[in-house]
Design a protein around this ligand. Structure first.
Ligand code: 6R9
Length: 672
């Protein structure tokens, strides 16, 4: 595997090294880092045990690591008990962070005076009290107990944090469904997990408009068998919210009935007990419910908050990710609160009402540690420097990016323009499955020179490598597949790694390299001469649209659920802002003719029946799709046509004319 070592058409500056003078205290040379990393991998259990000892456990562990009942599903710190709500709240409330601000929340709406209409600040004590009250409700009024499951379908409001921490307090396993997903996505996740209760909101604010979330939730509930209780947070107060008697309850009404003094002791939660299940897109089939435990997960979050974010008590930390994605779980809710940080949550979009909204937020609260994304950065670059420069960013001291590869020019913009060459800038590589950051520069531990667009070296204890199809390391500078060769705390947990499907878990992540026990990440990467890893994109049919993870299969399923569509092939093409965007090639059913109207209708269909972020940027009509003789759609060929690249191996292609169809359809629209 060689070639194509670029990100969004920009070649990778393997030999560029950028250092900053004000971080001398953390600077190490590469040799020192590599040596220490090598020994951390050799003794990784010692390392993780040392980190674990920095947390408060309810009961100490019997062993650091044990194999679970299923191959490749590890149990971290078995025998130990730990409660993440206690860790994120009680120990701060008992100590000197009781009156420290835990959450600064800003609503989207802006007043005429140029300040936000709604700001809420909750101290650790406030948050602890609210979490206790909500846990009290869940336990006493709704009968929720350890081992039960619940679903959360909420926008970015403080109640979302309260709900997650209350679930963690009781040992109730939760799944968060992104509030931009449709009823279908919500119901399938509820059903897969067997959730008994749903927490949602009447609506959400987006760009000054309101989306009626409860209506979508109601549609989902028609397709579910397990949920018989729904708690609804009033966010938009929109008239006419349909509340089903005996099933639906207003959050506020319920909470009014709970005294402020209500307390629920944190449940004893076994280290390997599932904290949450987060559904993420794979290459085929329904989304995979990745399980994350309590103990190992907390250890990885604690380590990475320190090493990667260098978090200090005086920091104001902001990660604008949505709680519907893993970044929201790990680095908006649990990570920062376990550390006792002050964390900012902003409800809306980055350019509402003006393109400088994010810089305002940074200025208003004096954000010092900022965790952003490449897509957001590229959008800001397009708006122009003036929007940034008119706001005070002197509080910023450290930035990282996540979600997709960062092209070198976007990295430089963050470093030069936003951080004025003062702040380390990283691109942290990880995924839903890993639970936390795996490859990154470590300003909080040992800082090596930065390279624009690189992820850096694996963090301590993580044995990541770039390998060929057989699992052997590729030569430096060559493209290969990213694997993790050892186990890590925070990895998919007991009992089955993937909820209800241990076979699929093993097949998806380990089968490719067996008998080697390598975790196959699904990404292409390059390792340079210095050992830096540059993840360049997915090697499978997973899309990252503006950093959001989607499967081609999910979008295709949505298209063919339209009455006019018979078959669809979705592929991703590069996009200068969003990284990549989906396009769809569609075969129509008999009786339907291609038209501009239908094109629009299909795009709109995906938008409303799956998610706005999944809307194909273009729909092409074809009479047939390229398939193998056994009938599998050859998306690889469709993608090659769309990108104007050589087709590669076509030996298994059944009908060459199908390629001409795709070419013609693509060119006829693209030329216009
Ligand atoms: C955290 C998150 C995972 C996929 C992953 C990779 C891409 C994430 C990246 C990155 C290059 C980075 N990815 N961070 N690629 N550089 N810093 O995004 O999880 O939604 O599961 O997506 O995102 O392709 O495999 P998730």
């Amino acid at each position: 595997m060689t070639g194509e070592t670029e990100i969004l058409g920009e070649s990778l500056p393997f030999d560029e090294r950028i250092e900053i003078p004000n971080w001398e205290h953390r600077k190490v040379d590469l040799g020192t880092y590599r040596k220490s990393h090598e020994s951390s991998v050799k003794n990784s259990e010692v390392l993780w045990e040392t980190v674990a000892k920095e947390l408060d456990w309810q009961r100490p562990w019997d062993a650091v690591l044990a194999k679970g009942e299923h191959p490749h599903v590890a149990k971290w710190f078995p025998g130990g008990a730990i409660n993440l709500s206690q860790l994120a709240l009680d120990r701060h409330v008992a100590g000197n962070r009781k009156n420290k601000v835990a959450l600064i929340w800003e609503g989207e709406a802006m007043g005429d005076d140029g300040s936000p209409k709604e700001v809420r600040k909750l101290t650790y004590f406030d948050l602890w009290r609210e979490v206790n009250r909500f846990a009290f409700l869940l336990k006493n009024n709704f009968g929720m107990k350890k081992g039960d499951r619940m679903a959360v379908y909420l926008p970015m409001i403080p109640e979302a944090v309260v709900v997650l921490l209350a679930a963690a307090r009781l040992g109730v396993t939760f799944t968060v469904v992104f509030s931009g997903f449709s009823a279908e996505a919500l119901s399938s996740r509820i059903n897969d997990l067997g959730a008994k209760l749903l927490v949602t909101a009447d609506g959400l604010n987006r760009r000054g408009k309101q989306v009626n979330l409860k209506e979508i939730a109601d549609k989902a509930l028609e397709q579910t068998r397990t949920v018989n209780q729904v708690i609804v947070v009033k966010r938009t107060g929109s008239a006419g919210t349909n509340m089903k008697a005996g099933r639906d309850f207003w959050f506020d009404d319920l909470m009014r009935g709970v005294p402020v003094s209500a307390r629920v002791e944190p449940e004893q939660v076994e280290s390997e007990h599932p904290l949450y299940v987060l559904y993420t897109s794979g290459t085929t089939g329904k989304p995979k419910g990745m399980i994350h435990d309590n103990g190992g997960y907390a250890v990885l979050l604690h380590a990475t908050m320190k090493w990667v974010f260098d978090l200090k008590d005086e920091d104001i930390y902001w990660c604008p990710a949505d709680i519907g994605w893993v970044t929201g779980h790990s680095y908006v809710v649990f990570g920062p609160l376990i550390e006792g940080a002050t964390t900012v949550i902003y409800e809306g979009t980055l350019d509402f009402p003006q393109p400088d909204r994010w810089w305002q937020v940074i200025e208003r609260y004096g954000v010092s540690v900022f965790y952003t994304t490449p897509t957001a950065t590229r959008m800001q670059m397009r708006f122009g420097e003036d929007f940034v420069k008119k706001h005070d960013r002197s509080s910023l001291r450290l930035m990282h990016s996540v979600g997709e590869p960062i092209n070198p020019s976007a990295w430089r913009w963050l470093f030069d323009v936003v951080g004025e060459k003062r702040c380390p800038v990283g691109s942290t590589w990880w995924m839903t499955e890993t639970g936390g950051i795996m490859i990154s520069i470590l300003p909080g531990l040992m800082l090596i020179p930065m390279k624009p667009g690189a992820n850096g070296l694996p963090i301590p204890g993580i044995d990541a490598e770039v390998v060929d199809d057989k699992g052997d390391p590729v030569a430096h500078g060559e493209k290969g597949l990213l694997v993790i060769r050892n186990m890590w705390p925070g990895m998919p947990g007991a009992p089955t790694g993937m909820w209800g499907d241990p076979e699929r878990y093993v097949k998806q992540y380990f089968e490719k390299f067996l008998p080697k026990d390598y975790f196959f990440c699904g990404d292409y990467a390059v390792k340079d001469n210095d050992g830096y890893i540059w993840v360049a994109g997915r090697a499978d049919e997973v899309l990252k649209v503006a950093g959001h993870r989607l499967g081609t299969f999910e979008i295709e399923s949505s298209i063919v659920s339209h009455k006019a569509a018979s078959e669809a092939a979705v592929v991703a093409i590069p996009d200068p802002i969003k990284g990549e965007v989906p396009i769809a090639f569609v075969v129509l059913k008999n009786g339907f003719a291609p038209s501009e109207e239908l094109r629009k209708e299909l795009r709109h269909w995906v938008r409303s029946n799956f998610s706005a972020i999944a809307e194909p940027s273009q729909v092409y009509f074809v009479n047939k799709l390229p398939k193998t003789r056994s009938g599998k759609i050859m998306r690889r060929l469709v993608k090659a046509v769309a990108e104007g690249k050589p087709l590669g191996d076509v030996a298994t292609l059944e009908d060459e004319a199908s390629i001409d169809e795709v070419k013609q359809a693509y060119e006829s629209l693209t030329i216009i």
